[in-house]
Design a protein around this ligand. Sequence first.
Ligand code: CTP
Ligand code: CA
Length: 231
Amino acid sequence: RGADGVRPDLAGRHVLVTAGGTREYLDPVRFLGNASSGRQGYAVARAALARGAAVTVVAANVALPEVAGARTVAVTSAAELRERVHEVAPSADVVVMAAAVADFRPQATQAYKIKKESAAPDSIALVRNPDVLSELVANRRPGQLLVGFAAETGGPDGGVLDHARAKLARKPVDLLVVNQVGAGLGFEVADNAAVVLAADGRETTIERSSKDLVAHRILDLVVEFPIGHGD
Ligand code: CTP
Ligand code: CA
């Protein structure tokens, strides 16, 4: 056990964590973004470090102090995040995609600030961003463990877990961490709660607790898998 009483069960492993939320710029000062603070991703990075891993954090617009001991790569847009993730992922034993990645970006980014007096655009044309996690699934190397996050509200066609199970079927990661968002949970709050869906159908509830504790519970599930090459 390390000085902090945590078992070094990720010693010798490289963990890549994405955190925060991407921004898609409309002009030099305006963007489409989301409310992800990066807190849960940073907590996973800290927990992985405490368990002996080498950690790379790809941080999208995170306004928090960097995680001491991790290598942090700052990114802004989904395109940039994608580029950095694909650079690092080949050497990562575990990839935790905690970042909220924009599904769409403006078709064009204006070089100059859009002025109030200019003809008002009646809509903003958007194009779809590539799904980084799906690309990781497609390029996964043996022994590499992939963890996705899903922020769900549920909808008229089903609840949070229905949507999450459908997402896992579309994106076959090893573990999908499901957060119910809204109702004082998830983004921008100190505590978190989750249900973790595993590829084999197992579902683990993580009761509401600090994001650090949630991070350790997630990694408890990660280390149950045979991670890395040939061991
Ligand atoms: N993700 C990604 N690339 C994207 C969008 C999402 O890698 N362009 C990742 C997220 O980091 C997260 C997982 O996919 O780990 C699920 O993201 P989420 O937004 O919940 O799912 P989507 O498949 O985008 O579906 P939807 O937004 O319609 O719920
Ligand atoms: Ca999405």
